[in-house]
Design a protein around this ligand. Structure first.
Ligand code: SF4
Length: 177
């Protein structure tokens, strides 16, 4: 059986989902037997490749770069997974939806006096969307892998199932139990 092409993407998230992915530890070697990781923020690959079999997307869609990238990634991926609660619900990233986007920028760049104003110019700070969006608000999502972050054991079984052509079963403690 040929190896699957696996990608992981970091949009509007804290990178905690990727830290949990790295918590696979020695099982990363098992995963490497089953799949080639062709794109990930952990490696220095600049352009999202074509013909990716499975892509895990961490984070919500918070700015115009995320929006453009989510659409490109969808086009180039066979299976797209919303990886973690920020991608699925907006979660922490969407807390800024409680505020006007100009107020958010002012708070971050002007009031804090970190850089003395909102940076301007192409390619410096991507334009924020008026509202943070869930991944499924902008592209079709095939699977959802919940958690903040999803535990490494769950990630491993989920990805191995997908590689094996199975529908992953995400199980865990029910709310309130
Ligand atoms: S789901 Fe949690 S761990 Fe993952 S990016 Fe969002 S805040 Fe970070």
């Amino acid at each position: 059986m040929s190896k699957k092409r696996l990608a992981t993407v970091w949009l509007g998230g804290c990178s905690g989902c990727h830290m949990s992915f790295l918590d696979l530890d020695e099982r990363l070697l098992d995963l490497a037997e089953l799949a080639d990781v062709c794109y990930t923020p952990i490696a220095d690959v600049k352009e999202f490749p074509h013909n990716v079999d499975i892509t895990l997307v961490e984070g919500a869609v918070a700015n115009e770069d995320h929006l453009r990238d989510a659409k490109k990634i969808r086009e180039r991926s066979g299976i797209l997974v919303a990886f973690g609660d920020c991608a699925i619900t907006g979660n922490v990233t969407a807390l800024r939806n409680l505020f006007n986007v100009e107020d958010v920028l002012s708070r971050a760049y002007r009031d804090s006096m970190i850089v003395g104003g909102v940076p301007e110019g192409d390619g410096i700070v991507p334009k924020l969307l008026e509202k943070v969006l869930r991944l499924q608000d902008v592209v079709a999502v095939d699977y959802f892998l919940p958690g903040c972050p999803p535990p490494a054991d769950v990630i491993f079984q989920f990805v191995v199932d997908l590689i094996g052509g199975k529908t992953p079963a995400v199980t865990g403690r029910k709310f309130g139990s």
